[in-house]
Design a protein around this ligand. Structure first.
Ligand code: PLP
Length: 399
């Protein structure tokens, strides 16, 4: 009999088949309906989904676009933000937040993050406000909302417009508010692995203001207010009708998927608890069940016997996929050198980028898989701890 190495099934970082398989027939039907109907651009399923999603967010209008990045860039523009305006955003976000601000023509002003939640530090944000500050873009990072009450306080004190980056926070809640409902407008992404994802790229701006929605509809459609009449320099950025149909079919399941993510996070929290003494700490949850855990992120702090990159490599070799969101903060990306920021400007965001690790998280991840992830981390800690004890133990025999 040929020799074979026993294998343990690997654990992917995200597995979309677990989510799609139970509703496969419904998804195929949604695609086929649009395919046969033929209204591929700005079709019926798009307006149906825009209405349904905006309502789910507790907002009034939805405008579907080609990506979350376009929802940010065009959305800020639709809110009247542009050249000469300063816009505050966290340094530790996905680069698309920054691209959105820059494309609107505004000047991005970075601020540091809270070390425990990784969310924008609102006290630092307050210090960054100048006479030119027009807006703040809170990023509901990893699925947890930036405190709506504190945001609203800050915005009303300094007369700032709140534009939420809710690309990781579909249906997230905190302090009685829902993501997308606290500001003038909010940007969502429907990239496949987001909490609500299509079969390709997609995004949406939701807004409470009719005029913002109107401007956005024009901007995504070549700047036309009616056919062949152009009032703005717009672009071509529409959410495909087929994508909208898929997203509409998935929307009724979103709440349950989010609950499942929250439950998985609680399993991780409980199992990881004993590792806190070894410097392994989950990002703190201040929103309880309202946290929708787009990602489950731990910090391997400086006091840990483990080192982040070594841990990620070891997990990978054992078939456990992880991610880093994000390894380089925006202000240190080569493309944005001209903004004039330097290493050391945002110590928390910089430390964070070195310490964080995102563990597997998706609806369908089983308790057994969560247990395996944590038991492997625990075993790796034990190996490190025993190794660092070894010199002390062997010392006497050397003498
Ligand atoms: C995904 C994401 C975006 C961009 O969305 P795309 O659809 O990929 O363009 C923006 N901001 C954050 C925080 C994201 O996670």
């Amino acid at each position: 009999m040929p020799y074979s190495i026993p294998t343990v099934p690997s654990i992917p970082f995200v597995d979309l088949t677990a989510q799609h398989q139970p509703i496969q027939a419904k998804l195929e039907q949604a695609v086929l309906t649009v395919m046969r109907q033929g209204d591929y651009v700005l079709g019926q399923a798009l307006s149906d989904f825009e209405t349904a999603f905006a309502q789910a967010c507790g907002s009034a209008y939805g405008v579907g676009v080609a990506s979350g990045t376009d929802a940010l860039a065009l959305g800020l523009q639709a809110c009247g933000i542009g050249a000469g305006d300063e816009v505050i955003l966290p340094a530790n976000t996905f680069v698309a937040t920054l691209i959105g601000v820059l494309r609107s023509g505004a000047t991005p002003i970075f601020v540091d993050c809270d070390p425990h939640t990784a969310l924008i530090d609102l006290m630092a944000a307050e210090k960054a406000i100048t006479a030119r500050t027009r807006a703040i873009v809170p990023v509901h990072l990893y699925g947890q909302m930036v405190s709506p009450r504190k945001l609203l306080d800050l915005a009303s004190t300094y007369d700032l417009l709140i534009f939420e980056d809710a690309a990781q926070a579909h249906l997230a809640e905190c302090e009685g508010y829902r993501a997308g409902s606290i500001g003038m407008a909010a940007a969502f992404s429907f990239y496949p692995s987001k909490n609500l994802g299509g079969f390709g790229d997609g995004g949406m701006l939701v807004t409470r203001e009719e005029i913002v929605a109107q401007t956005m509809r024009s901007l995504r459609n070549y700047g036309a207010t009616r056919k062949y009449f152009h009032t703005d320099l717009g672009t071509n950025s529409r959410l495909d009708t087929i994508q909208a149909a898929v997203l509409q079919a998935k929307l009724p399941h979103l709440y349950d998927w989010n609950c499942e993510r929250n439950q998985i996070a609680r399993q991780y929290d409980a199992l990881l608890q004993p590792l806190a003494d070894y410097g392994i700490l989950p990002i703190e949850n201040r929103c309880g069940e309202g946290h929708v855990y787009h990602l489950y992120v731990i910090r391997i702090t400086a006091t840990s016997p483990l080192e982040r990159t070594a841990l990620q490599t070891a997990l990978g070799e054992l078939g456990i996929q992880t991610g880093i969101h994000y390894p380089i903060p925006c202000h240190l990306q080569p493309a944005f050198k001209h903004l004039g920021y330097r290493a050391g400007d945002f110590p928390q965001a910089e430390a964070h980028s070195q310490e964080i690790l995102s563990l597997p998280m998706y609806p369908g991840l089983t308790q057994a898989q969560v247990e395996r992830v944590v038991s492997v981390i625990r075993a790796l800690v034990e190996v490190e701890v025993n190794q660092s004890w070894l010199p002390e133990i062997s010392q006497p025999s050397l003498v």
